[in-house]
Ligand binder design. Structure first.
Ligand SMILES: Cc1cc2nc3c(=O)[nH]c(=O)nc-3n(C[C@H](O)[C@H](O)[C@H](O)COP(=O)(O)O)c2cc1C
Length: 375
């Protein structure tokens, strides 16, 4: 058997996992339209990836209609969406998988064409994403990002409440827990980082204030689920969506230390070397390792993701840098990834052209490895 550390059991919150290979949250833009509810195709996709008693973190799902920046992304704020997710969860549970839902708000990583009433996207401050990065409108035009509208202080409790309701909805759908998306330059990270947060109220300024929204949202999810079924995802040193704190160490040390006493199920990092992997093939060189830097700060279960192979995942766990490793891109093209790594079977390469949107092609049509097939 390969990779004995990766394929050793791990308890995450109340869940006894049979191995430490996690499916990373992966936006695939294949929800039903216009309901933005998961549909049977989505249930089939997740069930294919749930066969070996591991943890799946389902794709980022906006908790509010203002939280979208892409078409065909599933939501978690209407009854129809909850019903759709329930079918996904039931299919995963039937295969023995454990599944958390990632709760999302994109903030300024949106365009008015996705916003209710054509309004501007909301953000901590009216700071646009660099014009060097482009986005796509709802009708497919490539454009620069707009300058977002800064949220009023009085609107922020509504954002926190939307995450609380999203957490409740995830529970109603039967999920095993939720992950707060605090990574990749989306709303929560926009609040965390000084380049996107110029606020002068209690949500801006020093690191304590910039971490406040993350803490309030996490606390709201804990009040719904209990701390041991809530995870948080962060991407210190990441550069996705024009993010990046000039000096990440004090900010993230503070943010992580303030999460420590809560007793969360886990903390989940995206390694900076793979920051932006959703958009392009990246391998940022000579960047720090989030797990190595912050392992000494974080007192609970640590999951890391980003450019791992079976070898590097096993080594990271053996060295104590992480407790579990999440895989993204190669889980797209290898529905039976744990089985293949464990048995040393070859991996199917992924096709980036079918990552986002479409039907079964590049989604549910990647086969499991057939040991009997002629080579
Ligand atoms: C198609 C695609 C969609 C993604 N969607 C999400 C997402 O919804 N939420 C999130 O936190 N990260 C998302 N990511 C980042 C992955 O979870 C993961 O951190 C990244 O792909 C690096 O891991 P890998 O090298 O194993 O692919 C996405 C990445 C890809 C390639």
């Amino acid at each position: 058997m390969n990779f004995p550390h990766l394929f050793s059991p791990l308890k995450v919150g109340p869940y006894q996992l049979r191995h430490r290979l996690v499916m990373a949250p992966l936006t695939r833009m294949r929800a039903a339209r216009p309901s933005l509810a998961p549909r049977p195709l989505n249930a089939e996709y997740y069930a294919q990836r749930a066969t070996q008693g591991g943890l799946i973190i389902a794709e980022a799902s906006p908790v509010l209609a203002t939280g979208f920046g892409n078409p065909g992304v599933p939501g978690i704020y209407t009854e129809q969406q909850v019903d759709g997710w329930r079918s996904v969860v039931n299919a995963v549970h039937a295969k023995g998988g454990v599944i958390f839902l990632q709760l999302w708000h994109v903030g300024r990583v949106s365009h008015s064409s996705f916003q209710p009433g054509g309004a501007l996207p909301v953000a901590p401050s009216a700071v646009p994403i660099s014009p060097d990065l482009k986005t796509m409108t709802a009708d497919g035009k490539v454009v620069a990002y707009e300058t977002p509208r800064a949220l009023l202080t009085s609107e922020i409790p509504g954002i926190v409440e939307a995450f609380r309701q999203g957490a409740r909805n995830a529970m109603a759908a039967g999920f095993d827990g939720v992950e707060i998306h605090g990574a990749n330059g989306y709303l929560i990270e926009q609040f965390l980082q000084s380049r996107s947060n110029l606020r002068t109220d209690q949500y801006g300024g020093g690191i304590e204030n910039r971490s406040r929204l993350l803490r309030e949202i996490t606390q709201a999810a804990i009040e719904v689920w209990g701390a041991n079924r809530v995870g948080v995802r962060l991407s210190p040193y990441g550069v996705a969506n024009d993010s990046g704190e000039a000096d990440p160490m004090p900010l993230y040390t503070h943010a992580i230390q303030s999460l420590n006493p809560l007793g969360l199920a886990y903390l989940h990092f995206i390694e900076p070397r793979s920051s932006g992997a959703g958009r392009a093939e990246v391998d940022h060189q000579n960047v720090p390792s989030a797990m190595v830097l912050f392992r000494p700060v974080w007192k609970g279960i640590l999951i890391s993701a980003g450019g791992f192979t079976g070898d590097t995942a096993d080594a990271a766990i053996a060295a104590g840098h992480a407790d579990a490793i999440a895989f993204g891109r190669i889980f797209i093209s290898n529905p039976d990834l744990p089985h293949r790594l464990q048995r040393g079977f070859p991996l199917t390469p992924y096709n980036r052209a079918t990552f986002y949107g479409g039907e079964e092609k590049g989604y549910t049509d990647y086969p499991a490895y057939d040991e009997m097939a002629p080579a």
